[in-house]
Design a binder for this molecule. Sequence first.
Ligand SMILES: [Zn+2]
Length: 141
Amino acid sequence: MRTVLEFIRLCKEMGVHLEITTLVVPDLNNTENELEEAADFIASVDAQIPWHLSAYHPDYRWNAPPTDGDFLLRAAERAKKKLAFVYTGNLSSGNDTYCSCGEVLVRRRGYRVDAAGLSPGHAGEKNYRCAKCGEPTKIAL
Ligand SMILES: [Zn+2]
């Protein structure tokens, strides 16, 4: 675990694009405290790092029950108080990117992605803006 945390800090120091995915498995790492600690750690490195909280499904040899979707959504809402980009995965909702004005910037359904909430940045800008309020985003062209 320490190696993973050090690697995350190293990626940040080197300027490498980094997104973190945590598979949330019941009875393994699904306590509120563990997920709060993980969010705190990521925020201490960079609150702009995207964090994906992925639901577990018992499809092969592991016998844990599937991750509770409501629990995962609540954990994501708590993490959003500390991190700018928090997503749930393996659920039917909770995968979209929002502007601070509330507009959906990027809507995701399964493998379909709709970026209708984005508009090109102004001349010389490398990132998109919110199509509704015009606020700059961290999403690059
Ligand atoms: Zn906006």
